[in-house]
Design a binder for this molecule. Structure first.
Ligand code: RB5
Length: 142
């Protein structure tokens, strides 16, 4: 699975740790920045990762900022993107099964890194249910 990842300064440290976990687990990862903890603008990185996923160059995306909220708002502006902000394991599983979310957003000031990694693992490992009602609802969004 090819994964595009990005963060602002608020999510920079979490991004590094999540990249390490992904590489250790055999995922192909491309880091779309930011490249330091210096203050920067989250919409820029949301746009890059969302474009990489919308174009199908990457299968999934991960975006991290302080709350995860700005990233999810920005990513969801792009057609074909279903970005889900998750702070718990139930939502991480449900959003894959029900929404076929293709971008995971995380808030580095909201949850600790251990939970962020667990959420990422559950989100990556849960397949879409492919149930008719969920396909219909996703179609209604598009
Ligand atoms: C940056 O201070 C902060 O606004 C950003 O990381 C994010 O939480 C925005 O939604």
């Amino acid at each position: 699975m090819r994964i595009a990842i990005g963060a602002d300064h608020g999510g920079y440290e979490y991004k590094n740790q999540i990249i390490e976990m992904l590489k250790n687990n055999g995922y192909t990862v491309k880091d779309f920045g930011t490249d330091s903890a210096e203050s920067c603008d989250y919409p820029e990185f949301a746009k890059r990762v969302a474009a990489a996923v919308a174009s199908k160059e990457f299968d999934r995306g991960i975006l991290i900022c302080g709350t995860g909220i700005g990233m999810s708002i920005a990513a969801n502006k792009q057609k074909g993107i279903r970005a889900a902000l998750c702070s718990d394991l139930f939502s991480a599983k449900a959003t894959r099964e029900h929404n076929d979310s293709n971008i995971l957003c995380l808030g580095a000031r909201v949850i600790d890194i251990g939970l962020a990694i667990q959420i990422t693992e559950v989100w990556l490992n849960t397949p879409f249910s492919n149930e008719e009602r969920h396909l219909r609802r996703i179609g209604m969004i598009e």
